[in-house]
Design a protein around this ligand. Structure first.
Ligand code: GDD
Length: 339
């Protein structure tokens, strides 16, 4: 079996490529060249794993590149993970977000349709499509009400794969994934920002962790669990859409408390909104809010109803909130100690 993974250098690519290799796949990854020649999470893979990957340098916004790739490789499966995935940044750069997330997805769909119609495709949709939902929990029937340029771009991607699936009988499945994190999460995402900040403070830093909206409520799971669900979606008898999450809701504030708890530091809160601070027992400021890190619109109130994926694919999250926070904080303490 051969699989192509776009976005192989991201967090999910890190776990998915290892899962596919362990199942005996030939794994091809699409990687965008950058001037510093960094390769994202590929550089964190054990060398014996990394050398098994076949890397194709190119960009999903380049239609010609994707056409050639699909024509020459004709993989059984393609996992389309590449995207401008940072919601906050999408407010500053809607155009580049649309180019990568809408244009790139359209290029992938067209290349499959024209050159490799037997390829089964997974598209990385997102819980951000729900915006600020009124109903809890959210499932595949919850209205899609995007509230960021990122979410709008993913809505277009979702409907492109649905349309191609129906119009041309292609196997295209969508994973509507709630937040999923790990020890290789990018430092710009809130969970990693917190786990790294806690580790630094535990090891002597006096710099508080500066955050935006502490009250945002998300459903956070472990990325390693979620890539198994992606694979299962492509083994299912028909293409379909699936919500994946943990069924637990927690605020950013909860994440901060839990993370400091792993380091045996108790935190208490004072003030509200942009004036809120988190204090140590000695009264030292460990966390503070900053207006500049708030988004123009927040998307939250999330809790996944993952009953469909459980019933149809037998998928369950193994790691839940507390364990996830522990994994991330302990990993960052180790990383900073050994720096
Ligand atoms: N990044 C960040 N930085 N977020 C903060 C901060 C901060 O300093 N302070 C508070 N937040 C809040 C955000 O407002 C948001 O509500 C929440 O923390 C999570 O933000 P992110 O970690 O940036 O993730 P996200 O929820 O916007 O999006 C992630 O998950 C989606 C669902 O799976 C990304 O991975 C998306 O690509 C993905 O679709």
């Amino acid at each position: 079996m051969k699989a192509i993974v776009t976005g192989i250098s991201g967090q999910d690519g890190f776990f998915l490529s290892q899962l596919l290799l362990s199942k005996g796949y030939e794994v091809h990854g699409v990687l965008r060249r950058n001037s510093s020649m960094t390769r994202g999470t590929i550089d964190f893979l054990p060398p014996d794993i990394e050398k098994q990957l076949v890397i194709h340098y190119g960009d999903i916004t380049d239609e010609n590149f994707l056409s050639k790739l699909l024509q020459s490789e004709k993989p059984e499966e393609l996992y389309h993970l590449a995207a401008q995935s940072f919601v906050g940044y999408s407010f500053e750069s809607a155009h580049s977000t649309y180019d990568a997330n809408i244009g790139g997805t359209l290029n992938v769909c067209n290349a499959i349709k024209t050159l490799s119609p037997d390829t089964r495709m997974y598209f990385a949709a997102t819980s951000e499509l729900f915006g600020k939902p009124n109903e809890t929990p959210q499932n595949e029937r919850t209205p899609l009400l995007p509230r960021s340029p990122y979410a709008v771009s993913k809505l277009a991607g979702l409907w492109t794969t649905r349309t191609y699936r129906d119009a041309y009988q292609l196997f295209m499945s969508n994973g509507i994934l709630f937040n999923h994190e790990s020890e290789v999460r990018g430092p710009e995402f809130v969970t990693r920002k917190i786990s790294m900040g806690v580790a630094r403070i535990l090891l002597g830093s006096n710099e508080p962790i500066v955050l935006g909206n502490l009250s945002a409520v998300k459903d956070w799971g472990y990325a390693k669990d979620y890539v198994e669900g992606m694979w299962k979606m492509l083994q299912y008898e028909i293409p379909d859409d699936f919500v994946m999450g943990t069924g637990e809701s927690h605020s950013v504030r909860d994440f901060v408390e839990e993370a400091f708890g792993v380091a045996n530091i108790k935190i208490t809160w004072k003030g509200t909104g942009v004036n809120e601070v988190g204090l140590s027992e000695e009264g030292k400021v460990l966390v503070k809010a900053s207006r500049g890190l708030y988004r123009p619109l927040e998307s939250d109130n999330y809790r996944a109803d993952y009953s469909k994926v459980r019933e149809k694919l037998g998928w369950e999250p193994r790691v839940k909130f507390k364990e996830l926070v522990r994994i991330m904080v302990e990993n960052d303490i180790k990383l900073i100690k050994h720096k």
